[in-house]
Design a protein around this ligand. Structure first.
Ligand SMILES: Nc1ncnc2c1ncn2[C@@H]1O[C@H](COP(=O)(O)OP(=O)(O)OP(=O)(O)O)[C@@H](O)[C@H]1O
Length: 239
């Protein structure tokens, strides 16, 4: 588990309002974990805690074996993040956007160039490297953000509803790319409210009102019916 993500006993409140309650979740290296929750379930709060935008008073987060509270620099160095809102500089080329991020992680010169080319290749984006980001469609912009999140060779990749606003074919392509990254050894945590982005073999955690109300492989949690029915039953019954 040292290379993956471990969360235990994690809780968070906004004043009197509990947003996360005693979260236990482990994503080993090489696994794609879908964090499925309706709006307001607490997904963004969890991501804010994982990226240290907020600091939790209770619970433990370990990233690639590093305790986020005690070794924040080492832990954050091993995490790649794709936020819900795009954060690209549209006036810069794809390559420049990546090199800028590489510099933030201490990579420069030929090493940064090579790494930028490598991650773009991995996302099938190599031929777009010299184009301004503005020229890319929504799907390619997202792929570029995923490539950028890999620039410093993270062990854990977090994606917060990364397919918002994309059409069905593009969503499928992006989920496929990220499953490939998990197969290649990354621990992936993919937050979504869309059940069709979850594959039967994925690890799945269903978050509702700040609690994980079901956890296991998607196949096991779904049972005989559809995941959509199961998800609605779990989240509506408790609503
Ligand atoms: N700054 C805040 N102050 C008070 N309550 C908040 C604040 N931010 C979020 N909340 C509440 O905490 C709960 C969890 O919110 P959060 O944004 O983490 O959910 P989410 O699953 O990411 O939802 P969405 O998919 O809509 O972004 C919600 O009930 C929300 O209203």
């Amino acid at each position: 588990m040292a290379e993956g993500l471990e969360i235990s006993g994690l809780s968070y409140r906004y004043g009197a309002k509990s947003a996360l309650d005693d979260i236990e979740l482990s994503v080993p290296a090489g696994r794609f974990c879908a964090l499925l929750g309706p709006n307001g379930a607490g997904k963004s709060t969890l991501f804010a805690l994982l990226t240290r935008l907020f600091v939790a008073r209770n619970g433990m987060i370990r990233i690639a074996g590093h305790d986020l509270a005690r070794q924040p620099r080492a832990a954050l160095a091993r995490i790649g993040v794709v936020f819900q809102q795009p954060t690209l500089d549209l006036d810069l080329t794809v390559r420049r956007n990546l090199l800028y991020f590489a510099a933030l992680h201490g990579l420069s010169g030929r090493a940064a160039d090579l790494r930028a080319a490598e991650v773009l290749e991995r996302l099938n984006m190599a031929e777009r490297a010299q184009e301004p980001a503005r020229n890319l469609n929504g799907g390619h912009r997202r792929r570029m953000e995923i490539a950028r999140a890999l620039i410093h060779r993270p062990a854990v990749l977090l994606l917060d509803e990364p397919t918002v606003g994309l059409d069905a074919a593009t969503r499928l392509a992006i989920t496929g790319h990220v499953h490939d990254l998990a197969d290649a050894g990354l621990a992936v945590l993919w937050a979504t409210h869309l059940t069709d982005e979850v594959a039967p073999g994925d690890q799945l955690a269903i978050l509702h009102r700040g609690r994980i109300c079901a956890q296991g492989t998607a196949r096991d949690l779904t049972g005989a019916g559809s995941l959509q029915d199961r998800f609605l039953a779990l989240t509506e019954a408790a609503a």
